[in-house]
Design a protein around this ligand. Structure first.
Ligand code: ADP
Ligand code: MG
Length: 565
């Protein structure tokens, strides 16, 4: 391996030369306590910044071995180091000057969730942190002095302050790991407690604003009604209490602006672990939960939606339903069937974002328009069967329709942000209203025999470039996949990873024989083994990615307009 002095000499020798001379710097250099690897060098000062990584031997970094043992600990450890490194590097960004992106230093920006990212990977041997640097330029020529400042002054300082156990706030790291261990502990215990979600007493659910995921100051803390209270003893925090949402059908009702949607949003985000201070640290949900909403205009390819929609007027086939432009109800029906295929155990729906005709048909409508003339079997007739025959629970927010009182196992009213268990009263009131049509018990088995064929048109591209547009859209060689309806997608790096995942599935898995489930299983096995880095195959880590959930992998594939069967 080359030494840092060799790098320094080489760097000085290319000073003032044309910018592409920087390419010669590629390689690994020993810096004493760590190895600096220059993985990819940008082509010009205005292009995407260069990609670098530092590799610190575990023996030198000195972190306790147990932090990289269990998966949840390792991921939290990696997340914490990324945050520490980000904090240090931010202070060093743009100290080195020049044109274009000269002097920029950046690593993945972590939000409220603790995600597995390519930014940091730790194992028994070493810690790798991947980041970006804008190699400084004077106009379009190399500015060696400024890059020397970055690589020999700023960076060593960032590494020293954030990646060595003796130099960091050890208590903060230990408590971050302990917290996530507690969160995972609750999630693992939900099934045996007969629960699909848990909201701890004292949790702060509302967020600062529609654009900030930080907790709202001065919010009313969550407090479970006595009848739904459960207690748990966590490995680190000890005894906690909170509302246990039981498996089956749970309904949240209440007046407008009383906090119903806020509870549901906290539950849908509870599939992820959160950092300390978030307020939702102990809001924990079955990790396969899917928030389902109407998504007019989405693409649907070959989905059996007959449990909800059959005999459409134009004789359109609903066992292999395909459309370039779904309606509210067909999009929600397909979304549900796709969620079932992905192995989802909990559906989350908010009346506000659902298609009304998918959710209910009121009595008067049933009276006037006979069911033979109505292609839709509303969700209300399926929700119990879905649980009884397939074990899939539902948590539903409904402000305006009382129909679901008949089918819900538990009914919670949000009153000025405080949950009240009104199951008994609501059921008694519902008994006064005869149900017109009773719920259907069986939920038909979903065939699950969807075997995607490779998209030849995509695969014939010379290079499949992946580009994200915020977290709501990703394009593979100009084929845009709209992911706006996926509320549980939290980070643009997850979106980018979905693009790479779709590419990997198309290139390696889809063959017309393997089912979608088998294809995603194979991809997930790689992700489980190697982290999101697996999405680059054996190639270099060419972008910052965060691991998406299985449910979003399915959802992204299903929204791809080049999907073929
Ligand atoms: P609903 O769905 O019942 O109409 P929302 O959940 O949208 O109500 O909440 C309405 C407003 O109340 C939002 O601005 C939200 O941030 C705020 N809010 C929700 N829960 C709390 C709480 N526990 N304390 C303070 N404000 C809250
Ligand atoms: Mg609402």
């Amino acid at each position: 391996m080359k030494t840092s002095s060799e790098l320094q000499a080489k760097l000085r020798s290319i000073d003032h030369r044309g910018y592409p001379a920087y390419k010669d710097l590629r390689g690994e250099y020993e810096f004493g306590g760590y190895v600096l690897s220059i993985d990819h060098v940008q082509g010009d000062p205005f292009a995407a910044p260069s990609r670098l990584s530092v590799h610190v031997p575990m023996a030198k970094a000195g972190f306790p071995k147990e932090y990289i043992g269990e998966k949840v600990k390792r991921i939290t450890f990696q997340d914490h180091l990324t945050r520490l490194f980000a904090h240090e590097i931010r202070g060093g960004s743009f100290i080195a000057k020049g044109s274009g992106k000269s002097g920029l230093l950046a690593v993945s920006r972590c939000g409220q969730e603790v995600l597995e990212r390519t930014a940091c990977r730790a194992d028994e041997k070493k810690i790798i942190v991947r980041f970006e640097a804008g190699f400084p330029a004077n106009g379009r020529s190399v500015n060696a002095g400024e890059l020397e400042k970055i690589l020999f002054r700023i960076l060593p300082d960032c590494v020293r302050k954030s990646l060595y156990f003796s130099n960091i706030d050890q208590k903060a790291l230990a408590s971050a790991i302990a917290l996530c261990e507690d969160q995972q502990y609750i999630r693992d215990r939900l099934p045996q407690m007969g629960l699909c979600a848990f909201i701890a007493d004292g949790a702060v659910l509302p967020r600062q604003s529609g654009v900030s995921d930080k907790p709202l100051q001065g919010a009313v803390p969550f407090c479970s009604p006595e009848s739904l209270k459960v207690e748990l003893v966590l490995p680190n925090r000890g005894k906690v209490s909170g509302m246990g949402i039981r498996k089956g059908v749970t309904l949240f009702v209440g007046g407008g602006y009383h906090g119903k949607s806020t509870v549901l949003q906290a539950i849908q985000d509870g599939v992820y672990n959160h950092i300390g201070g978030d307020g939702r640290e102990l809001v924990i949900t079955d990790e396969s939960a899917v928030k389902l909403r109407a998504e007019d205009g989405r693409s649907i390819v070959n989905v059996d939606i007959t449990p909800f929609i059959s005999h459409l007027p134009n004789k359109k086939d609903t066992t292999h339903f395909t459309t370039e432009d779904a309606s509210g109800s067909t999009s929600q029906a397909a979304g549900l069937m796709e969620a079932v295929e992905s192995g989802c155990g909990l559906l989350l729906m908010d009346e506000d974002t659902s298609a009304t005709n998918f959710m209910i048909r009121d009595r008067l409508m049933q009276e006037v328009v006979k069911s033979e003339e109505e292609p839709i079997t509303p969700f209300i007739e399926r929700v119990n069967g879905l649980y009884e025959s397939r074990g899939i629970s539902t948590i539903l927010v409904a402000g305006s329709s009382g129909s679901y009182f008949h089918v819900a196992d538990t009914i919670v009213q949000m009153k000025e942000y405080v949950p009240l268990d009104i199951t008994a009263q609501a059921k008694a009131a519902a008994d006064q209203f005869a149900v017109f049509r009773t719920a259907q018990a069986e939920f038909p088995a979903y065939s699950g025999k969807r075997c995607p064929k490779p998209d030849r048109r995509l695969l014939s591209e010379e290079r499949i470039k992946i580009k994200t547009f915020g977290k709501d859209e990703v394009a593979l060689a100009k084929n845009n996949v709209i992911l706006r309806g996926l509320e549980q997608l939290k980070d643009e790096e997850q979106t980018r990873a979905l693009g790479y995942a779709l590419k990997a599935l198309e290139e390696k898995q889809f063959n017309g024989m393997r089912t979608l489930v088998q294809a995603v299983d194979a991809l997930e096995a790689d992700l489980e083994k190697d982290g999101p880095e697996a999405l680059f195959g054996r190639g270099e880590v060419a972008a910052s990615l965060a691991r998406p959930r299985r449910q979003e992998l399915f959802a992204c594939v299903n929204r791809y307009r080049g999907l073929a069967f």
